[in-house]
Design a protein around this ligand. Structure first.
Ligand SMILES: Nc1ncnc2c1ncn2[C@@H]1O[C@H](COP(=O)(O)OP(=O)(O)O)[C@@H](O)[C@H]1O
Ligand SMILES: [Mg+2]
Length: 219
């Protein structure tokens, strides 16, 4: 079981520019996958499409053999909320909410913020942010903000976690902490973790390494 990408093509704009040019690969459940490639090679586009945040031009994205490109936008929303965590290069925490409220944000949509409170606090502890629950993002370092964003992405207990250059704006010490968290999540929760990185050392830490060259996969 896992994710399968079949003959994926993606174009943007008019005249249309082809960014992903026939991508085929699989991700096994529980895998830890890195994606590298030059700037503009299509890494973010690929990650957004696999994680259902963007649509394909053609091709299939199968989750346990179910083609998610066929789902209605309502079905996709449900699927995403239930299964997928996403960490962006820029964390997108809400500045007016404190750490606990930011982590609980995905639960508000389903009105489960009370039930999820204990779990949110345990995630905050897991990412090393205990004692800072009441701080606003502006009172945190970049690395701390990114760790809060990771806690938030895990709140709904996603089976899959995607991260687009999550260490891109961090110094080595903070980048290392984020990578250690990914290993821990992958091992203890059996979450499938897929991350894009510029850092070749971080890329090597993955069990499966994928390189994108000009919109195609070089395994
Ligand atoms: N929404 C969009 N509209 C038009 N072109 C886009 C869009 N998103 C990405 N692109 C183009 O697709 C190519 C790949 O982008 P991207 O996936 O962001 O690459 P990477 O993450 O590897 O740097 C780039 O040439 C970029 O300009
Ligand atoms: Mg990118």
């Amino acid at each position: 079981m896992g994710i399968k990408v079949v003959n994926l093509f993606k174009s943007f704009g008019t005249p249309s520019v082809e960014v992903l040019k026939g991508i085929n690969f699989s991700i096994n459940d529980g895998d830890l996958v890195s994606i590298i490639g030059r700037s503009g090679s299509g890494k973010s586009t690929l990650l957004y499409i696999i994680s259902s945040l963007d649509t394909v031009t053609s091709g299939e994205i199968l989750y346990d053999q179910k083609n998610i490109t066929q789902l209605t936008s309502q079905e996709i929303h449900l699927f995403r909320n239930k299964n997928i965590g996403f960490v962006f290069q820029f964390h997108y925490l809400l500045p007016e909410l404190n750490v606990l409220e930011n982590v609980l944000l995905p639960a508000y949509k389903l009105n489960t913020q009370v039930a999820k409170r204990e779990y949110a606090l345990s995630l905050i502890s897991e990412v090393g942010m205990s004692g800072k629950e009441n701080r606003k993002p502006g009172q945190l370092s970049g690395g701390e903000q990114q760790r809060v964003a990771i806690a938030r992405s895990l709140l709904m207990e996603p089976k899959y976690l995607f991260a687009d250059e999550p260490t891109g704006n961090l110094d080595t010490a903070n980048g290392d902490k984020i990578m250690a968290l990914f290993h821990k999540i992958n091992q203890t929760k059996k979450t499938t973790v897929v991350y894009v990185t510029h850092d070749l050392d971080y890329a090597k830490e993955a069990r499966t390494k994928v390189e994108l060259v000009d919109g195609q996969i070089k395994l």
